[in-house]
Design a protein around this ligand. Structure first.
Ligand SMILES: CC(C)(COP(=O)(O)OP(=O)(O)OC[C@H]1O[C@@H](n2cnc3c(N)ncnc32)[C@H](O)[C@@H]1OP(=O)(O)O)[C@@H](O)C(=O)NCCC(=O)NCCS
Length: 134
């Protein structure tokens, strides 16, 4: 539940910390805030890392759903992507990604800034779907 400032009163990420990076000046949009496309790219990477483990090999993003940007990200923020596998099908997996930031030395509490559902499909060497090993 967010308060009026968009801050979680009881911050606690869901999922496993899968990717952590630093928001750099080159990743900004025209407003000087971090570009949403960059953030989605980090989320996709985190989901890809998780899918590699689940699928034990090659995979591809087939869909990205319900991406919400909850709060702007500033240059210098530490950006952490948390991944949780929600569902595993024959060849696909639904991986929920949450993005949380903190600013060491400034605003040290964790703040959830984005979330989204990434659907990956296990593929073979020819790019065709393959069953996820059980
Ligand atoms: C991934 C790809 C091989 C899937 O081929 P496809 O013919 O659509 O495969 P299918 O219809 O058999 O679907 C495979 C699985 O994905 C799921 N799926 C496909 N499209 C989906 C969508 N839009 N949303 C949710 N699930 C989807 C299916 O339900 C199925 O799941 P299951 O096997 O667990 O039951 C093909 O779509 C592809 O190559 N896409 C491009 C991938 C890519 O380049 N990604 C990076 C983008 S830059």
């Amino acid at each position: 539940m967010n308060d009026q400032d968009g801050m979680d009163k009881d911050p606690s990420p869901t999922g496993e910390l899968t990717l952590q990076t630093l928001a750099m000046p080159k990743d900004t949009n025209a407003n000087g805030d971090i570009f949403g496309g960059w953030l989605v790219s980090q989320m996709d990477l985190a989901a890809g890392i998780t899918m590699k483990r689940v699928a034990k090999g090659r995979s591809a993003t087939v869909a990205i759903k319900n991406v919400n940007f909850l709060y702007p990200v500033n240059v210098g923020s530490t950006v952490s992507c948390y991944a949780e596998v929600e569902e595993i099908g024959r060849s696909s997996a639904h991986i929920n990604i949450e993005v949380w930031i903190f600013n060491a030395g400034k605003d040290e509490h964790l703040r959830k800034v984005a979330e989204g559902l990434f659907i990956y499909v296990a593929i073979d060497d020819n790019g065709r779907t393959r069953p996820i090993p059980r």
